[in-house]
Design a protein around this ligand. Structure first.
Ligand code: SF4
Length: 472
């Protein structure tokens, strides 16, 4: 059994099992529907997704969608964090409303980082690199959790839908976990749902690019988003061959007899019967009125819509979902879409194993001297053979090589060039020393260029409220 632990050291070797054990879908199945896929998508670095189809549809139809992810300010920004930033920026360029959260409340409660450090690390490590990599501060939103009142209000509301036992079961919390740590979980749920608040244009598909270890947060937030809805819309198939009867007709809606072997759509109250209020009843009646299909039936806590051709069912589902969402909003609900996620695989640590912030040799920080970054590449673990002769004879193992991982994930844009390196390595035509020197040079140039961009980002950020408040 694989365990995915967002705060632990996860080492997931068999990504295929994520699909069967956790219901994560393979990302490659969506590739041919994406206009200009990011290299993480093309190269299988984004291994999976949950519910990304809705975001993709919005992107392709040029309708509104959002992207958000967060960064805990407790250490240096390294290439792993850059992957999340690249994905946020790509979605922003594709038309998404982009949110970048500095999770200072999480860092303060979980790691004990002081507020002052949170702000300094948040700005100097994360925000500067985010802007240097291409985040558009004029169009997007960057915020510290602790300074965002909307977020805190939303977290309080969401907290009503989740209890201690549930959070403990998901995250393995025991009795000695501090309350602030638990609150930080709900803050993360609020971070994920915040882009759908009215202040930011209301409900919309939203994607959260994360490492695969963050899936428990995503699943919990999708559950909470569902619990916050007043109604759910379901596609059903009735094969009973018995006529439907109207059990509790309240508003006199009935239709011609339905074809019972066809699919139908059911709009059902989320509340238990004893909590189904007059307001819920009025909202359901309003939904029934707005659905134009003549073959619909109204029951005490649900409405069924019949007479829809199978080929039209998905389009009708979407239209009805929009009606339900609009009515929910009018009656004080949130109308949340379930947040989607893309999951990228972990980068290998340069020393072998996982990258760890406690082992500086295992990662490259975007803020370290370029010479130091290049030196780390030259000392990195490769997939080379013990001797040059063996390498020539058997070829290397690029799939186990941290240098190849760097080249493929961060240093080479052209797919053909990456393929060429892979083939040359496999065929024994490429030797590790020369290969590492090439990668070290590319890393030197990348880090140097990035740090120049960070200087430019400081100028861009000088007009930003976060910078003015904390670093004037
Ligand atoms: S030749 Fe390059 S890609 Fe192949 S194992 Fe050596 S360092 Fe890695």
């Amino acid at each position: 059994m694989i365990e995915i632990d967002p705060w632990g050291v996860a080492d997931i070797k068999d990504y295929a099992r994520l699909f069967t054990e956790f219901g994560i879908s393979p990302f490659k199945e969506l590739l041919n529907r994406i206009e200009e896929p990011h290299l993480y998508m093309r190269r299988g670095i984004i291994v999976g997704h949950r519910g990304y189809e809705e975001v993709l549809r919005a992107m392709n139809e040029r309708s509104k969608f959002a992207v958000m992810s967060g960064f805990m300010p407790s250490g240096r920004i390294h290439l792993g964090g850059k992957m999340v930033m690249d994905e946020i920026i790509w979605h922003q360029r594709m038309g998404g409303d982009a949110f970048a959260c500095i999770a200072d409340m999480e860092s303060h409660s979980v790691r004990g980082t002081s507020w002052k450090e949170c702000k300094e690390i948040g700005l100097n490590e994360y925000i500067l690199s985010l802007v240097a990599l291409g985040f558009d501060v004029e169009k997007g939103h960057i915020y510290f959790q602790s300074e965002n009142k909307n977020l805190r209000d939303l977290a309080f509301e969401l907290g009503r839908e989740v209890n201690f036992s549930e959070i403990s079961a998901i995250y393995g919390f025991s009795g000695d976990v501090n309350i602030s740590h638990m609150i930080s979980v709900v803050m993360q749920n609020a971070d994920i749902l915040q882009p759908q608040l009215l202040e930011y244009g209301g409900p919309k598909p939203a994607v959260i690019p994360v490492g695969v270890d963050q899936d428990p947060h995503i699943r919990l937030t999708r559950d909470i988003a569902s619990r916050m809805r007043m109604f759910r819309v379901e596609k059903r198939l009735d094969k009973s061959k018995k006529p439907h009867d109207i059990r509790i007709p309240r508003i006199g809606i009935s239709g011609r007899s339905a074809r019972l072997d066809k699919p139908y759509i059911s709009i059902r109250a989320k509340q238990e019967k004893r909590r189904f209020t007059q307001l819920d009843r009025e909202a359901l009646e309003e939904i029934a009125r707005r659905i134009k299909c003549p073959a619909k039936k109204y029951y005490e806590m649900h409405v069924d819509v019949f007479g829809i051709e199978a080929s039209e069912i998905d389009r009708n589902m979407r239209e009805i979902e929009e009606i339900v969402r609009a009515v929910e909003m009018e009656y004080g609900g949130y109308g949340f879409f379930f947040p989607a996620a893309t999951y990228h695989r972990f980068m290998q640590g340069l020393t072998g194993g996982k990258m760890s912030s406690s082992i500086p040799e295992s990662y490259i920080a975007l803020t370290e001297p370029p010479e130091e970054a290049a030196r780390k590449v030259k000392r990195a673990k490769t997939g080379g053979r013990v001797t040059v002769e063996e390498q020539k004879k058997h070829g290397g193992l690029p799939e186990q090589c941290t240098v190849y991982d760097l080249l493929m994930s961060h240093l080479i844009e052209e797919d053909d060039h990456v393929k060429e390196i892979f083939e040359e390595c496999k065929n024994g035509k490429r030797m590790c020393n020369a290969c590492k020197s090439q990668a070290a040079e590319l890393m030197f140039s990348f880090i140097k260029h990035h740090q120049e961009e960070r200087e430019r980002a400081k100028e861009v950020l000088k007009g930003h409220e976060i910078y003015k408040r904390w670093f004037r």
